[in-house]
Design a protein around this ligand. Sequence first.
Ligand code: NI
Length: 424
Amino acid sequence: MNIYRDVVVWDAESEAARRCDVCTENGKISAVKPAGTYAYGAAYEGRGRTALIPGFINAHGHAAMTLLRGFGEDLPLMDWLRKRIWPAEAKLDGELVYKGTMLSILEMLSTGTTCFADMYFFMDSVAEAALAAGIKAGLSRGIVGGDDGAAKLAENLKLARDYNGARGLINVQLGPHAPYTVPFDLMKDIAAAAKENDLSVQLHWLETKGEWDMVETGKTMGPEEYLEKAGFLDVKHLLLAHCVWMDREKMSFYAKPNITVAHNPKSNLKLGSGVAPVAAMNEAHINVALGTDGASSNNRLDMWDEMRYAALLQKGVNMDPSLLSARYALRMATKNGAEALGFSDTGLIREGWAADFMLIDLDMPHYAGWDLENLPGYLVYAGSSADIMTTVVAGSPLYHMGEFPGLDAERIIAEAAEARKKLI
Ligand code: NI
């Protein structure tokens, strides 16, 4: 058993923070008791000045794109994909994807992420990287159309057979890239395969303005009818990345227990795609999670940044500071993404829930004046991922004070830099 003594616990369902002793055992939180309950025994000493909050769940991304960071800056989505990203990605292989993913895992662990969604190719390599590091992941093979669309679906199903549930760290979804890259018939096959195999689905959805005009059946079907006719509404869980151009009139359609929107505020800003109407989604009771998207459209994999951007953007564009509270921003960054990736009992600090959390140094100057009531605002608006001392996944500290126990960070960074040269 590990004891975190006298830490300041806050999660998305706490009214205020509270001083607790937190114990972990077998990858789970085994006790959350008032501080001082465990007076004896070896423990991490929080001394009432270390916050303990749930680990972030990065609900949308392409981890190995860390290799393409800084490549194709300042272009709109379609130019960026066609002229820069897709030609470079054609040179990828399993080894390069492994190296890029390991690099992304270092960055994610050091910024508090304990679970990440990924849609890419050579996904065996991504699964192996996640298992080697001990981080949790929801993985899908990015499926696009063409002659080998069916083979890509078969590859995604094989990924599920090989890795679904591996060591409690990996869950597999099906990953049709987007309605403008996947023919409607293939979409129907993917939805049918998802139901047959009890798998969830993640895809890009309504990311850019005018994108729907590129959809094969876009003239005859609106987005909501498309989802229904393709057969996606009754899959286990449907994770829709972006939804920047979701029609406000149609929002109630998406308020379903098996649908989650992954909001990627920084990627949407950087690619000039717009700002997703998240405040309206909240009002319509849509489950909204947060993601970074790939490192070449962000360019960070820092969920703390996303949490702050998400909150500030809705206040700003709607000219209403009461929208998207600090507590709700944390909920989006933690609990709201868990179910879609197959990790229930994840994202809150509770007995029996996953021991996935981070420790935050409240002695940093920008926390002066914090108390148990105001801590949420201090964390979301004043804090940053630089304040994270430790990131714990399934009870194991995978990042601690600038070090990655069990990983050769120096080598991972050097190998990724070499891999990048091969691509560009
Ligand atoms: Ni994406």
